[in-house]
Design a protein around this ligand. Structure first.
Ligand SMILES: C[S@@+](CC[C@H](N)C(=O)[O-])C[C@H]1O[C@@H](n2cnc3c(N)ncnc32)[C@H](O)[C@@H]1O
Length: 303
């Protein structure tokens, strides 16, 4: 396990970055192929050594961003140059390089000055992207970085539709990109855009492989959890049982309790495997209160 953890430059909602220190110690020490059916932002694979990383996510945009960044891992300068061009063209704040936000604005809007400064120019970039440049992934990445909570959201007509966020292109973004490029360049990575069941049929896991599952959670609220229901949960645990029968090692994350909710299907199923508690405090964006939820990691192997 790397000493300095790599953060994904997708800053993905619900990513595992903050819990990696609790999860990674349970992973096998030697991994031939690391197979990740629900890759999301990629915080996990970026911190796992393996001969091959076989990745997948059903979300087309997540897939496109990984494929795009992977393509640039051998020419990071081109990526930084193109992105910088967009930031300058739209005169967006750029704290990684210089501070161009007027002092009066900072004084007037102490906690929201990034959003105030960038709003109009961000909206111009958003409408240019939506009107005629949806295949410009540099622009998509810039929207992601300056957008609300750095989420990825498109409406039914396929338009990116988040408002400006109170964030900008800062040194954390530059560092996350640099380490992504560095890691991906060295690794043997394949990324797929399939439903996880089709992906597993294609991957044909064996006993030498290790699979990490971080599926949508039945009882918490994220964009990608909305489409996940009891049937999906039952199919997932059947898939895991099948892997277990074949002697294939897996680890799976899930949330068993969230506020008054309980994921009974998963909790009951997990009892036949190793259950590790991965507790974490969570600050609610709605009312700033701290809620406790119970997250677990289930494994089917001795380590
Ligand atoms: C909890 S997130 C994974 C987060 C990831 N571990 C990280 O650190 O960023 C779950 C992911 O599963 C993807 N997903 C949802 N349903 C899927 C399916 N049927 N097949 C493959 N991926 C799916 C979502 O798009 C989402 O990115």
């Amino acid at each position: 396990m790397a000493n300095n953890l790599n953060r994904s430059p997708l800053f993905y909602v619900g990513d595992k970055y903050k819990l990696l220190k609790e999860i990674l110690p349970y992973f096998p020490k030697k991994i031939d192929r690391f197979i990740e059916p629900f890759t999301g932002g990629g915080s996990v694979f970026l911190n796992v050594d393996a001969k091959k990383h076989l990745l997948n996510d059903i979300d087309k945009n997540v897939y496109l961003l990984h494929a795009f960044l992977k393509k640039h891992s051998k020419k990071p300068n081109k990526f930084f140059k193109e992105v910088q061009k967009i930031i300058f063209e739209y005169n967006l704040s750029r704290s990684f390089q210089e501070d161009i936000i007027p002092a009066e604005l900072k004084l007037k809007y102490k906690k929201t000055y990034y959003a105030k400064f960038n709003k109009d120019n961000f909206n111009k970039l958003k409408s240019d992207f939506n009107n005629s440049e949806k295949d410009n992934l540099y622009k998509f990445y810039v929207l992601l970085i300056y957008g609300f909570n750095r989420m990825i959201r498109f409406n039914r007509s396929g338009d990116y539709n988040l408002p400006v966020g109170n964030v900008d292109f800062n040194s954390n973004v530059v560092n996350a990109l640099k380490s992504y490029f560095e890691n991906v360049k060295k690794a043997n990575i394949e990324i797929n855009n399939l439903d996880y069941i089709d992906f597993l049929k294609k991957a044909k896991p064996t006993k030498k492989d290790f699979l990490y599952f971080d599926p949508p959670y039945l009882i918490t609220f994220s964009e990608y959890n909305k489409l996940w229901n009891d049937k999906n949960e039952i199919d997932l645990i059947k898939t895991l049982d099948n892997l277990n029968k074949l002697g294939i090692r897996f680890a799976v994350s899930n949330v068993t309790h969230y506020k008054e909710r309980e994921n009974k299907i998963f909790k009951d199923w997990s009892k036949k495997y190793n259950v590790f508690q991965v507790k974490s405090n969570y600050i609610s964006y709605h009312d700033n209160s701290i809620k406790i939820f119970n997250e677990v990691l289930i494994t089917n192997y001795e380590y």
